[in-house]
Write a protein that binds this ligand. Structure first.
Ligand code: NAD
Length: 485
């Protein structure tokens, strides 16, 4: 039997094999696919020390030209290893190839956009009054602590790491144990990029303990966190004694709002995609369907028909359209939420649930589910499910649609479907949401900001604002000591 790969940490330019040893699991079969080390406080501290040393002792913080070149080279290196990244996301993360290709495919452009930011986002100069010259320079904050979740590890770590590097920060990056093999491949690819000084990027696999070490360290002034709202809140509390800069990209409960005049064919396929990409384990998963009464019966029936036809299976089977959840406990958790909603009176349009027949029963498969409710206070409406469960509510008019859409604590994204010109824009302006798509879902662009209103986060990723998490502004005022003659 071939030896299993061992996923180690990459710290200070060296591979480090320490922490708690365990198995990496294929969520589609339950098979062991490798060994992994999970970092604790010691490894997190090593990564912080390496990043702090690189910040002080290498040219990184002062050489924006070097940073731009290295970011472009990382983009090239990732592009060249696309197939390997897609393969490991399929095996370890359960993503079918089409979904994994989207995740990996957006990464090179994100890096190249940030390479451009490294060269262009540097401050301004002006004379506010005669004889005075003011310079505002933007300087890197120092060591950035980056924490990303397992649901899109490649795209999400780069989304934070690229602007941190563009700004001139060095980084201690923690990625989750569920994707240890993927983390090690990302580290291996970045490690091979020439010109990147040792210790500028440090990547380790960890959990709560190592993440907490980053959050509490006095040497890490900035935390860029992507994960759940509950963990975001805990991080805010634990970072408060050090007054850290926090970028928080948290949970979501994206409403898909459909008016009577929408193109129902296009809408139905948009809704199915929004629910089934990454098996609903996506912060922007379209987990709520708000539909106007006149279109409701037809749309619900069509969406149920299409969801039932989704081919659920392992990424290894090219016919699979939706992969498994990340692990069996997630299947149990999602099933409990569905059962509770039904217990509270939810009407069942499609009762998916855990796959119980062989060979899918060995994996963490959950078939799409479609429920309808009238009570917005139910957990199934208020809480993130993180699985392919769609909950429908009907509305009478625009005001009710907006009220229902805004009735959760989340505000990450929303989607409006209508053929009208004025209404979608009016609704978009009234929604409490960081991103609103019109007749589309999950259309993102590096040039435009992305992030959450309300409990979905603070700060912004992408766009020009992305750099703000990682820099300090410094005003240098120069006064003429001699009057002009
Ligand atoms: P999670 O919050 O449970 O964990 C995220 C990471 O934080 C993990 O690596 C975990 O070990 C670590 N962690 C846990 N407690 C910590 C602490 N006290 N201090 C520091 N680190 C700690 O999230 P998850 O279940 O891994 O990911 C799914 C969540 O992420 C969902 O809520 C999803 O919506 C959200 N998410 C948000 C975005 C976005 O852009 N807004 C993107 C993807 C995922």
């Amino acid at each position: 039997m071939a030896e299993l790969p061992v996923a180690a940490h990459w710290i200070g330019g060296e591979w480090v094999r320490s922490g708690t040893e365990g198995d990496s699991i294929d969520p589609a079969t339950g098979a062991v696919i490798g060994r992994r080390f999970v970092a604790g406080r010691d490894e997190a501290e090593q990564a912080i020390v390496a990043a702090a040393k690189a910040f002080e002792q290498t040219p990184w913080r002062n050489d924006r030209d070097l940073r731009a070149r290295v970011l472009s080279w990382i983009a090239d290196a990732i592009e060249a290893r696309t197939d390997d990244l897609v393969a490991i996301l399929g095996l370890e993360n359960g993503k079918v190839a089409a979904h994994a290709k989207v995740e990996v495919g957006i990464v090179p452009d994100c890096l190249r956009f940030n390479a451009a930011l490294a060269l262009t986002e540097f401050g301004r100069a002006a004379s506010a009054k005669p004889g005075a010259l003011s310079l505002v320079v933007r300087q890197p904050a120092g060591v950035a602590g980056i924490i990303a979740p397992w649901n899109s590890p490649v795209a999400l770590v780069i989304r934070s790491l690229a602007p941190a590097l563009a700004a001139g920060c060095t980084a201690a990056v923690m990625l989750p144990f569920q994707t240890a093999q993927t983390n090690a491949l990302i580290a291996e690819i970045i490690a091979g990029v020439e010109g990147l000084p040792k210790g500028v990027v440090n990547i380790f696999t960890g959990g709560h303990e190592a993440g907490d070490a980053l959050v509490r360290s006095p040497r890490v002034p900035v935390i860029s966190f992507t994960g759940s709202t509950a963990t975001g809140r805990a991080i805010s509390v634990n970072a408060a004694p050090r007054l850290k800069r926090l970028g928080l990209e948290l949970g979501g409960k994206t409403p898909m709002i459909v008016f009577n005049d929408a193109d129902l064919e296009a809408t139905a396929s948009g809704i199915v995609l929004a629910l089934t990409v990454f098996a609903g384990q996506f912060c922007m998963t379209g987990s709520r369907l708000l539909v106007q009464q006149g279109a409701a019966d037809r749309l619900i029936a069509e969406v149920a028909r299409r969801l039932e036809a989704v081919r659920v299976g392992p990424a290894a089977d090219p016919a699979s359209e939706m992969g498994p959840l990340i692990d069996k406990p997630s299947v149990e958790r999602v099933e409990k939420m569905v059962a509770a909603a039904i217990g509270f009176g939810a009407r069942v349009h499609l009762r998916g649930g855990p796959a119980t027949e062989p060979p899918l029963d060995k994996g963490a498969f959950f078939r799409p589910t479609l429920l309808e409710v009238t009570d917005s206070s139910l957990d199934i409406v208020q809480e993130e499910v993180f699985g392919p469960v769609l909950v429908v509510q009907r509305f009478a008019d625009e005001d009710e649609a907006i009220r229902l859409a805004n009735a959760t604590e989340y505000g990450l994204s929303a989607s409006v479907w209508s053929r009208d010109v004025d209404r979608p824009l009016r609704v978009a302006l009234a929604l409490e949401s960081g991103t609103v798509w019109i007749n589309a879902w999950a259309a993102m662009a590096d040039q435009f900001e992305e992030g959450g209103f309300k409990q979905s986060g603070q700060g912004r990723m992408r766009g020009l604002a992305v750099i703000d998490d990682f820099i300090e502004y410094k005003h240098i005022a120069l006064m003429a000591t001699r009057p002009a003659n």
